[in-house]
Design a protein around this ligand. Structure first.
Ligand code: NAD
Length: 283
Protein backbone atom coordinates (compact mmCIF):
# COMPACT_ATOMS: atom_id res chain seq x y z
CA UNK A 1 0.00 0.00 0.00
CA UNK A 2 1.08 3.58 -0.56
CA UNK A 3 1.56 5.44 2.74
CA UNK A 4 1.70 9.25 2.96
CA UNK A 5 4.86 8.73 5.06
CA UNK A 6 6.30 5.94 7.16
CA UNK A 7 6.99 5.72 10.89
CA UNK A 8 9.01 3.09 12.69
CA UNK A 9 6.67 0.65 14.42
CA UNK A 10 9.00 -2.33 14.19
CA UNK A 11 7.72 -5.03 16.58
CA UNK A 12 5.22 -2.68 18.23
CA UNK A 13 2.02 -4.52 19.06
CA UNK A 14 -1.13 -2.83 17.75
CA UNK A 15 -4.63 -4.00 18.61
CA UNK A 16 -7.30 -2.74 16.20
CA UNK A 17 -10.95 -3.33 17.12
CA UNK A 18 -13.16 -3.25 14.04
CA UNK A 19 -9.98 -4.05 12.13
CA UNK A 20 -11.83 -6.28 9.65
CA UNK A 21 -13.99 -3.30 8.59
CA UNK A 22 -13.40 -0.77 5.85
CA UNK A 23 -11.84 2.24 7.64
CA UNK A 24 -9.99 0.33 10.32
CA UNK A 25 -8.92 -2.27 7.76
CA UNK A 26 -6.98 0.48 6.01
CA UNK A 27 -5.46 1.40 9.39
CA UNK A 28 -4.43 -2.23 9.92
CA UNK A 29 -2.64 -2.18 6.55
CA UNK A 30 -0.82 1.06 7.40
CA UNK A 31 0.32 -0.10 10.85
CA UNK A 32 1.54 -3.43 9.43
CA UNK A 33 3.35 -1.64 6.59
CA UNK A 34 5.23 0.36 9.26
CA UNK A 35 6.46 -2.89 10.85
CA UNK A 36 3.88 -3.40 13.62
CA UNK A 37 2.47 -6.73 14.70
CA UNK A 38 -1.25 -6.18 14.31
CA UNK A 39 -4.06 -8.00 16.13
CA UNK A 40 -7.36 -7.63 14.27
CA UNK A 41 -10.32 -7.87 16.66
CA UNK A 42 -13.76 -7.93 15.01
CA UNK A 43 -16.95 -9.98 15.06
CA UNK A 44 -16.54 -13.28 13.18
CA UNK A 45 -13.37 -15.32 12.92
CA UNK A 46 -13.68 -15.60 9.15
CA UNK A 47 -13.51 -11.86 8.40
CA UNK A 48 -10.67 -11.44 10.93
CA UNK A 49 -8.70 -14.29 9.34
CA UNK A 50 -9.33 -12.92 5.85
CA UNK A 51 -7.91 -9.54 6.83
CA UNK A 52 -4.93 -11.11 8.63
CA UNK A 53 -4.15 -13.25 5.57
CA UNK A 54 -4.24 -10.14 3.39
CA UNK A 55 -1.67 -8.44 5.66
CA UNK A 56 0.55 -11.52 5.74
CA UNK A 57 0.37 -11.84 1.93
CA UNK A 58 1.72 -8.29 1.75
CA UNK A 59 4.68 -9.19 3.97
CA UNK A 60 3.22 -7.95 7.28
CA UNK A 61 2.54 -9.59 10.63
CA UNK A 62 -1.07 -10.00 11.78
CA UNK A 63 -3.48 -12.27 13.60
CA UNK A 64 -7.25 -12.25 13.41
CA UNK A 65 -9.19 -12.75 16.64
CA UNK A 66 -12.97 -13.05 16.80
CA UNK A 67 -13.81 -10.74 19.71
CA UNK A 68 -16.79 -8.76 20.95
CA UNK A 69 -15.90 -5.32 22.35
CA UNK A 70 -19.00 -5.51 24.58
CA UNK A 71 -18.05 -8.74 26.28
CA UNK A 72 -15.33 -8.56 28.92
CA UNK A 73 -14.66 -12.31 28.82
CA UNK A 74 -14.25 -12.21 25.05
CA UNK A 75 -11.81 -9.29 25.37
CA UNK A 76 -9.89 -11.12 28.07
CA UNK A 77 -9.55 -14.17 25.82
CA UNK A 78 -8.41 -11.97 22.94
CA UNK A 79 -5.88 -10.28 25.20
CA UNK A 80 -4.43 -13.65 26.24
CA UNK A 81 -3.96 -14.58 22.58
CA UNK A 82 -2.28 -11.23 21.82
CA UNK A 83 0.09 -11.64 24.80
CA UNK A 84 0.98 -15.19 23.78
CA UNK A 85 1.44 -14.52 20.05
CA UNK A 86 2.81 -10.96 20.02
CA UNK A 87 3.40 -9.62 23.57
CA UNK A 88 1.97 -6.63 25.45
CA UNK A 89 -0.11 -4.08 23.55
CA UNK A 90 1.59 -0.78 22.64
CA UNK A 91 -1.14 0.83 20.54
CA UNK A 92 -4.91 0.34 20.77
CA UNK A 93 -7.19 1.59 18.00
CA UNK A 94 -10.81 1.56 19.19
CA UNK A 95 -12.46 1.32 15.79
CA UNK A 96 -15.49 -0.94 16.33
CA UNK A 97 -18.60 1.22 16.16
CA UNK A 98 -21.64 2.10 14.16
CA UNK A 99 -25.33 2.95 14.10
CA UNK A 100 -28.55 0.88 14.21
CA UNK A 101 -31.83 1.48 12.31
CA UNK A 102 -33.78 1.23 15.59
CA UNK A 103 -31.97 4.29 16.93
CA UNK A 104 -32.84 6.28 13.80
CA UNK A 105 -35.89 8.45 12.95
CA UNK A 106 -37.43 8.29 9.46
CA UNK A 107 -37.52 12.03 8.96
CA UNK A 108 -35.35 14.99 9.89
CA UNK A 109 -38.15 17.03 11.47
CA UNK A 110 -41.29 16.18 13.44
CA UNK A 111 -44.63 17.47 12.16
CA UNK A 112 -47.81 17.03 14.17
CA UNK A 113 -49.52 14.88 11.49
CA UNK A 114 -46.62 12.39 11.66
CA UNK A 115 -47.89 11.23 15.03
CA UNK A 116 -50.74 9.32 13.33
CA UNK A 117 -48.59 7.78 10.61
CA UNK A 118 -47.64 4.21 11.55
CA UNK A 119 -45.16 3.98 8.68
CA UNK A 120 -42.82 6.53 10.27
CA UNK A 121 -40.38 6.13 13.12
CA UNK A 122 -40.68 9.45 14.91
CA UNK A 123 -38.68 10.53 17.94
CA UNK A 124 -41.47 9.02 20.09
CA UNK A 125 -41.07 5.62 18.42
CA UNK A 126 -37.32 5.28 18.95
CA UNK A 127 -36.67 1.90 20.44
CA UNK A 128 -34.94 1.77 23.82
CA UNK A 129 -33.03 -1.37 22.91
CA UNK A 130 -31.92 0.17 19.61
CA UNK A 131 -30.64 3.29 21.37
CA UNK A 132 -28.90 1.17 24.00
CA UNK A 133 -27.27 -0.95 21.29
CA UNK A 134 -25.73 2.14 19.67
CA UNK A 135 -24.59 3.69 22.95
CA UNK A 136 -23.10 0.43 24.09
CA UNK A 137 -21.31 -0.37 20.84
CA UNK A 138 -19.68 3.04 20.48
CA UNK A 139 -19.12 4.15 24.07
CA UNK A 140 -18.78 0.95 26.10
CA UNK A 141 -17.14 -0.64 23.06
CA UNK A 142 -14.39 1.97 23.43
CA UNK A 143 -14.19 1.90 27.22
CA UNK A 144 -14.03 -1.89 27.74
CA UNK A 145 -11.14 -2.59 25.32
CA UNK A 146 -9.29 0.38 26.86
CA UNK A 147 -9.70 -1.21 30.29
CA UNK A 148 -8.42 -4.52 28.97
CA UNK A 149 -5.42 -3.36 26.92
CA UNK A 150 -4.26 -0.11 28.59
CA UNK A 151 -2.90 -2.11 31.54
CA UNK A 152 -0.16 -3.36 29.19
CA UNK A 153 0.84 0.22 28.38
CA UNK A 154 1.46 1.67 31.82
CA UNK A 155 4.80 3.49 31.91
CA UNK A 156 6.06 1.85 28.71
CA UNK A 157 7.42 4.32 26.18
CA UNK A 158 5.43 5.16 23.06
CA UNK A 159 2.09 3.69 24.07
CA UNK A 160 -1.17 5.30 23.04
CA UNK A 161 -4.87 4.83 22.39
CA UNK A 162 -6.68 6.19 19.33
CA UNK A 163 -10.47 6.32 19.44
CA UNK A 164 -12.71 6.75 16.41
CA UNK A 165 -15.27 9.49 16.85
CA UNK A 166 -17.30 11.16 14.08
CA UNK A 167 -18.62 14.44 12.68
CA UNK A 168 -21.86 13.95 14.57
CA UNK A 169 -19.94 14.35 17.84
CA UNK A 170 -19.43 18.07 17.06
CA UNK A 171 -22.94 18.77 15.76
CA UNK A 172 -25.57 16.02 15.77
CA UNK A 173 -26.66 14.78 12.36
CA UNK A 174 -30.39 14.63 11.67
CA UNK A 175 -32.18 11.28 12.18
CA UNK A 176 -29.45 9.61 14.25
CA UNK A 177 -29.69 10.85 17.83
CA UNK A 178 -28.29 7.66 19.35
CA UNK A 179 -25.21 7.52 17.12
CA UNK A 180 -24.60 11.26 17.48
CA UNK A 181 -24.86 11.12 21.28
CA UNK A 182 -22.71 8.02 21.47
CA UNK A 183 -19.91 9.52 19.36
CA UNK A 184 -20.08 12.74 21.41
CA UNK A 185 -19.52 10.47 24.40
CA UNK A 186 -16.52 8.89 22.63
CA UNK A 187 -14.96 12.35 22.09
CA UNK A 188 -15.64 13.30 25.70
CA UNK A 189 -14.18 10.01 26.94
CA UNK A 190 -11.08 10.61 24.82
CA UNK A 191 -10.43 13.81 26.79
CA UNK A 192 -11.28 12.17 30.10
CA UNK A 193 -8.98 9.19 29.54
CA UNK A 194 -6.14 11.40 28.27
CA UNK A 195 -6.21 13.30 31.55
CA UNK A 196 -6.61 10.17 33.65
CA UNK A 197 -3.71 8.33 31.99
CA UNK A 198 -1.38 11.32 31.75
CA UNK A 199 0.75 10.31 34.77
CA UNK A 200 1.35 6.78 33.48
CA UNK A 201 2.54 7.78 30.01
CA UNK A 202 -0.42 6.76 27.86
CA UNK A 203 -1.58 9.33 25.31
CA UNK A 204 -5.22 9.16 24.23
CA UNK A 205 -6.46 10.91 21.09
CA UNK A 206 -9.23 10.47 18.55
CA UNK A 207 -9.87 10.82 14.84
CA UNK A 208 -13.28 12.15 13.74
CA UNK A 209 -13.85 11.01 10.15
CA UNK A 210 -16.23 12.97 7.96
CA UNK A 211 -18.13 11.02 5.32
CA UNK A 212 -16.60 7.91 3.82
CA UNK A 213 -18.52 5.35 1.80
CA UNK A 214 -18.43 2.00 3.62
CA UNK A 215 -20.59 -1.11 3.94
CA UNK A 216 -22.38 0.43 6.96
CA UNK A 217 -23.66 3.58 5.30
CA UNK A 218 -23.79 2.59 1.63
CA UNK A 219 -27.58 2.03 1.70
CA UNK A 220 -28.13 5.48 3.23
CA UNK A 221 -25.97 7.12 0.60
CA UNK A 222 -26.86 5.31 -2.64
CA UNK A 223 -30.09 3.93 -4.10
CA UNK A 224 -30.15 0.36 -5.37
CA UNK A 225 -29.51 1.57 -8.93
CA UNK A 226 -26.33 3.35 -7.75
CA UNK A 227 -27.71 6.88 -7.97
CA UNK A 228 -27.03 9.12 -4.96
CA UNK A 229 -29.80 9.52 -2.35
CA UNK A 230 -31.13 12.90 -1.24
CA UNK A 231 -28.97 12.52 1.90
CA UNK A 232 -25.85 12.17 -0.26
CA UNK A 233 -26.67 15.47 -1.97
CA UNK A 234 -27.04 17.15 1.45
CA UNK A 235 -23.76 15.68 2.69
CA UNK A 236 -21.83 16.81 -0.35
CA UNK A 237 -23.43 20.27 -0.22
CA UNK A 238 -22.22 20.52 3.39
CA UNK A 239 -18.72 19.29 2.58
CA UNK A 240 -16.81 22.25 1.13
CA UNK A 241 -14.42 19.87 -0.67
CA UNK A 242 -17.42 18.45 -2.59
CA UNK A 243 -16.61 14.77 -2.17
CA UNK A 244 -16.51 11.77 0.15
CA UNK A 245 -13.25 10.85 1.86
CA UNK A 246 -11.18 7.82 0.92
CA UNK A 247 -10.17 5.43 3.72
CA UNK A 248 -6.49 6.03 2.91
CA UNK A 249 -6.96 9.72 3.76
CA UNK A 250 -7.23 8.82 7.45
CA UNK A 251 -3.78 7.26 7.51
CA UNK A 252 -1.60 10.37 7.73
CA UNK A 253 -3.51 11.50 10.83
CA UNK A 254 -3.36 7.99 12.29
CA UNK A 255 0.42 7.67 11.83
CA UNK A 256 0.97 11.20 13.17
CA UNK A 257 -1.02 10.41 16.33
CA UNK A 258 0.65 7.03 16.82
CA UNK A 259 4.17 8.44 16.41
CA UNK A 260 5.72 9.55 19.70
CA UNK A 261 8.28 11.62 17.75
CA UNK A 262 5.62 13.46 15.75
CA UNK A 263 2.92 13.97 18.39
CA UNK A 264 4.47 13.16 21.78
CA UNK A 265 2.90 16.26 23.40
CA UNK A 266 -0.46 15.90 21.63
CA UNK A 267 -2.92 14.41 24.09
CA UNK A 268 -6.71 14.51 24.43
CA UNK A 269 -7.47 15.89 20.96
CA UNK A 270 -10.12 14.87 18.45
CA UNK A 271 -8.90 15.57 14.91
CA UNK A 272 -11.51 15.96 12.16
CA UNK A 273 -10.64 14.46 8.77
CA UNK A 274 -13.67 15.74 6.95
CA UNK A 275 -13.06 17.99 3.92
CA UNK A 276 -14.06 20.97 6.15
CA UNK A 277 -17.55 19.60 6.95
CA UNK A 278 -17.24 20.54 10.63
CA UNK A 279 -15.90 24.01 9.81
CA UNK A 280 -18.77 24.90 7.45
CA UNK A 281 -21.81 26.69 8.86
CA UNK A 282 -23.84 26.14 5.72
CA UNK A 283 -23.81 29.85 4.81
P1 NAD B 1 -17.40 -1.21 9.10
O1 NAD B 1 -18.84 -1.56 9.24
O2 NAD B 1 -16.75 -1.36 7.77
O3 NAD B 1 -16.58 -2.06 10.15
C1 NAD B 1 -16.99 -2.20 11.47
C2 NAD B 1 -16.19 -3.34 12.08
O4 NAD B 1 -16.51 -3.35 13.48
C3 NAD B 1 -16.53 -4.71 11.52
O5 NAD B 1 -15.33 -5.42 11.33
C4 NAD B 1 -17.35 -5.37 12.64
O6 NAD B 1 -17.15 -6.78 12.75
C5 NAD B 1 -16.75 -4.69 13.85
N1 NAD B 1 -17.68 -4.73 14.99
C6 NAD B 1 -18.97 -4.34 15.03
N2 NAD B 1 -19.47 -4.60 16.25
C7 NAD B 1 -18.48 -5.16 16.97
C8 NAD B 1 -18.37 -5.66 18.28
N3 NAD B 1 -19.42 -5.66 19.13
N4 NAD B 1 -17.19 -6.16 18.70
C9 NAD B 1 -16.11 -6.20 17.86
N5 NAD B 1 -16.15 -5.75 16.61
C10 NAD B 1 -17.32 -5.24 16.17
O7 NAD B 1 -17.24 0.26 9.71
P2 NAD B 1 -16.47 1.55 9.19
O8 NAD B 1 -17.42 2.34 8.37
O9 NAD B 1 -15.15 1.19 8.67
O10 NAD B 1 -16.33 2.35 10.58
C11 NAD B 1 -15.24 2.20 11.46
C12 NAD B 1 -15.39 3.23 12.57
O11 NAD B 1 -15.44 4.54 11.99
C13 NAD B 1 -16.69 3.08 13.38
O12 NAD B 1 -16.42 3.41 14.73
C14 NAD B 1 -17.60 4.12 12.76
O13 NAD B 1 -18.59 4.53 13.67
C15 NAD B 1 -16.60 5.21 12.46
N6 NAD B 1 -16.99 6.20 11.44
C16 NAD B 1 -17.31 5.83 10.17
C17 NAD B 1 -17.61 6.81 9.23
C18 NAD B 1 -17.95 6.46 7.80
O14 NAD B 1 -18.21 7.39 7.01
N7 NAD B 1 -17.92 5.20 7.43
C19 NAD B 1 -17.62 8.15 9.59
C20 NAD B 1 -17.31 8.49 10.91
C21 NAD B 1 -16.97 7.50 11.81
Amino acid sequence: MKLPFSIDLKDKVCVVTGGAGVLCGAMVDALAACGAKVAILSLGQESCDRKAQEVIANGGQAIGIDANVLDKESLKRAHEIVLKEFGPCDILINGAGGNHPKGTTTNEYLFEEDLNNDELTTFFDLDQKGVEFVFNLNYLGTLLPSQEFAKDMINRKGCSIINISSMNAFTPLTKIPAYSGAKAAVSNFTQWLAVHMSKVGIRVNAIAPGFFVTAQNEKLLFNEDGTPTARTAKILNSTPMDRFGEADELLGTLLYLVSEEASGFVNGVVIPVDGAFSAYSGV
